[in-house]
Design a protein around this ligand. Structure first.
Ligand code: S3P
Length: 459
């Protein structure tokens, strides 16, 4: 649970860590479906909570990050329930209808909940304090504080523009035109969500395209939103004050979660699996492009549209990988997948170089430093750059393994090294597997299903 995490800023350890030892695996076989997309799940809850009437959400990711969003929307007036059939029902309060929460909102480990909700609060006449765990408390919030302050919100943050912070919203807020200084879907979304309850046209210009789930879903809920491609970049214009209509939403599977299973099947000799229900929105699917460039054997089966997003089942067979220079322009579409790409690179022939990914330094952990240390711990040589990593691959041989991995309250470090363990000569100890519950609570069950065993033993 998020509350179990230590609150001491910068400590990056949990109060109740759950260590786990993972052993090497024989071939992975069979079929598993990945749970709902985290980004889409957050947005589905938020927009449903702002529509007037009843929305229903199928396939919602029931991870801690998304549950933090649900709790926050409840605290601000929405009625949100889960049926026994797994379908979530949301009765929204209407744009402009968010209510003053009685206590601070605990965002746990979730940067997306924090930044997007700061946007929602910014244009409502309420005052909200945001708190989080040690990882979230160390992450920069100035990137949203700046534009939301321009819109009129009064934000008091802890030193360095960090949590805990308080947002005093302004209603009516002031519409702005804002060019994103960092490629960030969270910043884009925060501004657009603030724009929902702001009279006039709020514009975001993104020189580099980032995941477009907010735009797709806002349009789906009936917001007056247009997207134009200009020489300056993508211009997204939203007219407030919007009226959102309740929807029936089906959340597709999360490509970021699928990536762990796809790499696992690629690197474990003899594997042949189907990872079903994978969202393949082009703004998210960069990891599959990069893996294919390395020689991965990934086939798309049954391509279809789910909830307005492209989806397919991925058949993945073991393949020998060759090192690549990861194109920097893939970064926005695979920003969360670098840790698992580094594991694939550790098994490739040659040295993979990934640069142009400076944002990795400010994710749930500093993912460049955390992965360099973690790979070093299991005997993989790397060189660290300010904006990336070079990884010397094993040429397909097993990795040495052993060691204890410092996961730094970062779910993706924990899952990446669990996958590396599958091809390691000695078992790998993860210091804390509990953060995995933020995004992929059934990760080990999925892995066990493909192993045909359940010998991914808890230490
Ligand atoms: C997310 C956007 C990305 C990503 C995060 C989820 C989103 O962050 O890393 O896991 O749902 O909008 P940035 O927009 O900060 O790059």
């Amino acid at each position: 649970m998020a509350q179990a995490h230590c609150q001491k800023p910068g400590a990056h350890v949990a109060l109740n860590p759950r260590p786990r030892q993972i052993h090497a695996s024989g071939p992975l076989r069979g079929r598993v479906a990945v749970p709902g997309d985290k980004s889409i799940s957050h947005r589905a809850l938020m927009l449903s909570a702002l529509a007037v009437g009843e929305s229903r959400i199928e396939g919602l990711l029931e991870g801690e990050d998304v549950l933090a969003t649900a709790a926050a929307m409840r605290a601000m007036g929405a009625t949100i329930t889960r049926g026994d059939d797994g379908i979530w029902t949301v009765h929204g309060v209407g744009v402009g209808g968010l209510m003053q929460p009685a206590t601070a909102l605990d965002m746990g480990n979730s940067g997306t909940s924090t930044r997007l909700l700061m946007g929602l609060v910014a244009s409502h006449d309420i005052t909200v304090t945001f708190i989080g765990d040690a990882s979230l408390t160390s992450r920069p919030m100035a990137r949203v504080i700046d534009p939301l302050s321009q819109m009129g919100a009064d934000i008091t943050a802890s030193p360095g523009g960090r949590l805990p912070l308080m947002v005093r919203g302004l209603n009516p807020a002031v519409p702005i035109t804002y060019t994103l200084p960092v490629a960030s879907a969270q910043v884009k979304s925060a501004i657009l969500l603030a724009g929902l309850n702001t009279p006039g046209t709020t514009r975001v210009i993104e020189p580099v395209a980032t995941r477009d789930h907010s735009e797709r879903m806002l349009a789906g809920f009936g917001a007056d939103l247009t997207v134009e491609q200009t020489p300056e970049g993508r211009v997204i214009s939203l007219v407030g004050e919007a009226e959102l209509k309740p929807q029936q939403i089906v959340v597709p599977g999360d490509p970021s979660s699928a990536a762990f299973l796809v790499v696992a099947a690629t690197i474990v000799p003899g594997s042949d699996v189907v990872v079903a229900n994978v969202g393949l929105n082009p703004t998210r699917a960069g990891i599959f492009t990069a893996l294919r460039m390395m020689g991965a054997d990934i086939t798309e089966l049954d391509p279809r549209t789910v909830g307005g997003e492209p989806v397919a089942d991925l058949r993945v067979r073991h393949a020998k990988l060759t090192a690549i220079e990861v194109p920097a322009d893939l970064a926005p579409s695979m920003i969360d997948e670098y840790p698992i790409l580094f594991v694939a690179a550790a098994c490739a022939t040659g040295t993979t170089v990934a640069r142009g990914a400076h944002e990795l330094r400010v994710k749930e952990s500093d993912r460049i430093a955390a992965m360099a240390a973690a790979l070093g711990e299991i005997g993989v040589r790397t060189e660290e750059y300010d904006d990336g990593l070079a990884i010397h691959g094993s040429g397909g041989a097993g990795l040495p393994g052993g060691g204890t991995i410092a996961t730094k309250l970062d779910h993706r470090i924990a899952m990446s090294l669990s996958v590396a363990a599958l091809v390691s000569d000695r078992p790998v100890e993860i210091d804390d597997a509990s953060p995995i519950a933020t995004s992929y609570p059934i990760f080990f069950a999925s892995l066990d299903a493909l192993r045909g065993t359940n010998d991914v033993a808890a230490a």
